[in-house]
Design a protein around this ligand. Structure first.
Ligand code: NDP
Length: 328
């Protein structure tokens, strides 16, 4: 059973050498008398920025640290090989937490779902953050950072469907082109080419920003606060620019929250899974019609998994980063 294990806790910027590809010789078997376990073959693994938090030795974080020497854990789509659980049969597909390995024995199925065609994480994050926290209205101005990523690309398309004016920032010319030409953003800019984010935001939002979907934090958040409109809303989804810093950047202009009566709220997608049926009802017809689309980035094989995960923090991924362990 090939596995990607956590070799050492991440300290500062993550390195590929914090992980290691190993072959485990432990035989995976559903224990005698256990009637709620499944043995799965892992097909697709999701690379998500929050996983970096679990690779650190942190107390008081909202997710537990992973165990040293054990496989990295993340969301995946897997095929059931053996089951002692009444809801799962051989060959069923399953979505949930699995190890970064070829085969996983799952004894706790409470975080698993049977229908993996339902893309819960990125889509739900975009949906919950945008519609529940930002309360968008037609004609409002929306800014999205890390806009070409898994979450950002969907937020932008939701905002366009609502009749908003939408601008995104991303880290390369190709990503900027993608935002404008594939996802229908009104405009986009490469933040790496901007010496002053305030100037960039003024260029695209001369009358200010009503809604900011926050994915990066730091200096971008500071500039956005200066450019928000009165009664603006900020959904704090992530702050990826901060995840590898020993000392997070200070944001020095929070007084804007008061003077502009801005609502700024953080959220975790797992607290919004109850909205899943609503999300599907809204999004599926648009996907079928082709007016919501998405871009995925596939890394082939567990041997490329560590590098794919790290690529999120340097912007190497274009769209939703997935590791293909096996195709069937
Ligand atoms: P993405 O697919 O957007 O990948 C991450 C992207 O972040 C990279 O491609 C890169 O794009 C950008 N990035 C990396 N480092 C920096 C930096 N220092 N400054 C600016 N941008 C950077 O990932 P996701 O869509 O999965 O996640 C987006 C955000 O949403 C993350 O902050 C994540 O933590 C958060 N999230 C939160 C959830 C919640 O429940 N609250 C659930 C899921 C995700 P570029 O080339 O444009 O720089």
């Amino acid at each position: 059973n090939k596995q990607v294990i956590l070799k050492s806790y991440v300290n500062g910027s993550p390195k590929e050498s914090d992980m290691e590809l190993k072959a485990s010789t432990i035989e995976l078997k559903i224990p005698e008398g256990c009637n709620d376990a499944v043995l799965v073959k892992n097909l697709y693994l999701s690379c998500d920025p929050y996983m970096l938090g679990r690779m650190k030795k942190l107390d008081g974080h909202y997710v537990d640290s992973l165990t040293l020497g054990a496989p990295i854990i993340g969301y995946g789509v897997s095929r059931v090989m053996e089951s002692s659980h009444p809801d799962y049969e051989k060959d069923d597909l399953l979505w949930g937490f699995v190890g970064w390995e070829e085969y996983t024995l799952i004894t706790n199925l409470t975080t698993c779902f049977k229908n993996p065609t339902q893309r819960r994480m990125a889509g739900m994050t975009a949906y919950a953050g945008f519609f529940e926290l930002c309360t968008p209205k037609k004609g409002e101005t929306v800014f999205i950072s890390a806009a070409s990523g898994a979450v950002g690309q969907l937020v932008g398309q939701f905002a366009k469907l609502m009749g908003c004016y939408v601008v995104g920032s991303a880290g390369s010319k190709d990503k900027v082109d993608l935002l404008k030409n594939k996802f229908g953003f009104d405009n986009a800019f490469n933040y790496k080419e901007e010496s002053d984010y305030n100037v960039a935001l003024k260029r695209y939002f001369p009358d200010g920003i009503d809604i900011y979907f926050e994915n990066v934090g730091g200096k971008m958040l500071e500039a956005v606060l200066n450019n928000m409109r009165i009664h603006g809303r900020i959904a704090v989804c992530g702050m990826i620019s901060q995840y590898s810093l020993a000392q997070p950047d200070g944001v020095h202009n929070l007084f804007n929250l008061i003077s502009k009566r801005i609502k700024m709220e953080g959220f975790l997608v797992m607290e919004y899974y109850h909205l899943y049926p609503k999300f599907i009802e809204m999004v599926l017809p648009h996907i079928k019609k082709g007016d919501i689309t998405y871009v995925e980035d596939f890394a082939e094989g567990l041997e490329n998994a560590a590098s794919a995960l790290l690529g999120l923090f340097s912007g190497r991924n274009v769209g939703k980063q997935v590791v293909v362990v096996a195709r069937e």
